[in-house]
Design a binder for this molecule. Structure first.
Ligand code: PAF
Length: 309
């Protein structure tokens, strides 16, 4: 909290229990009601993109809380879940200096203590939160069945535990930002979408990039080039959604080994498709590919917009 630290070095308080973290946040709210709480939910494997969220939260709030939890509810592939990097202490070390005050983690059973999760498919018994209409607009919702139900369910629980004023999410997971807006509704927290942090090549930062070699990372920058190609064609007057999608596919197809899952143009707020010409604003290009066995997603507004790049 501003002014409450004895030194300039903001040590991150590490809490390995969601209930204890909730109690800590409640104590802050009770003892210091004017304290503004900013929240950054993560699954760990932190990188510069996460730290950008934390820095933004620190600039706009008094207390910054970060959750670090690899949420099994949002994985449809057990191997992907098993391969996810987990290192709470290493992640907390990365948070030092970024402005976070509290980092917390816990097991699934501690996030959902009201359920008996023991047994081979314990996650099935947790009642899912409705992720809203954007989750049913295809894209990630089609490729990863159940994913957004899992995201909505954990995000609802995280919001209830932390009760933040504001929560921060990266624009890279555009469809997810619409899901969390649905979960938050019109009350608190308000949702801030932070522009995608990119490598020099344009590749969006992602925990999955660690699974790519340096050469594969260069190759993966084709995703950003494809999005830029759609934006360039749009700026040049192209309004046919099929033609704009074709521009993206043409760029992606030029890089051998890029398997396209989707290259789509959608309404940025609803993710609805366009039956006719793409309107002058409010359209977003979204891409998902597989490259060297790694799944990568990215998106851009067709009109440059610093707030939601
Ligand atoms: O974006 C993520 O890292 C996750 O989907 C989130 C929001 C932390 C929920 O597990």
């Amino acid at each position: 909290m501003r002014g409450l630290r004895p030194t300039n070095r903001p040590d991150v308080e590490r809490i390995e229990s969601p209930i204890a973290a909730a109690e800590r946040c409640r104590t802050v709210r009770d003892t210091s009601p004017s304290t503004r709480i900013g929240f950054v939910p993560t699954m760990g494997a932190l990188h510069e993109g996460h730290l950008a969220l934390v820095r933004r939260a620190a600039a706009e709030n008094d207390l910054v809380v970060v959750s670090i939890f690899v949420n099994p509810l949002q994985f449809d592939d057990a191997r992907d879940l098993a391969a996810y990097h987990r290192d709470f202490d290493g992640d907390c070390a990365l948070l030092e200096g970024a402005g976070a005050h509290i980092a917390f983690t816990g097991g699934l059973d501690e996030f959902f203590p009201e359920y008996d999760l023991y047994g081979p498919s314990g996650t099935d018994v947790i009642e899912a939160v409705d992720p809203g209409p954007a989750a049913r607009a295809g894209l990630e919702g089609d490729v990863r069945p159940g994913h957004f139900e899992g995201v909505a369910t954990i995000v609802r629980r995280l919001f209830d535990l932390v009760r933040p004023h504001v929560a921060y999410f990266g624009a890279k997971d555009w469809q997810q930002t619409l899901v969390v807006r649905h979960v938050a509704g019109s009350g608190e927290p308000s949702i801030v979408v932070v522009p995608t942090d990119r490598e020099a090549s344009g590749l969006a930062r992602s925990s999955r990039n660690a699974r790519l070699s340096p050469a594969q990372r260069e190759h993966a920058a084709v995703v950003h080039r494809a999005l830029l190609a759609a934006r360039e064609a749009f700026a040049g007057g192209e309004r046919d959604p099929v033609a704009l999608e074709g521009r993206m596919r043409a760029v992606l197809d030029r890089e051998d080994g890029t398997e396209i899952e989707y290259a789509a143009l959608r309404d940025a707020r609803t993710l609805a498709t366009f039956d006719g010409p793409v309107p002058d604003d409010g359209a977003r290009a979204l891409v998902a590919v597989r490259l060297a066995g790694v799944r990568l997603i990215d998106n851009l507004g067709l009109v440059p917009d610093e707030e939601s790049e």
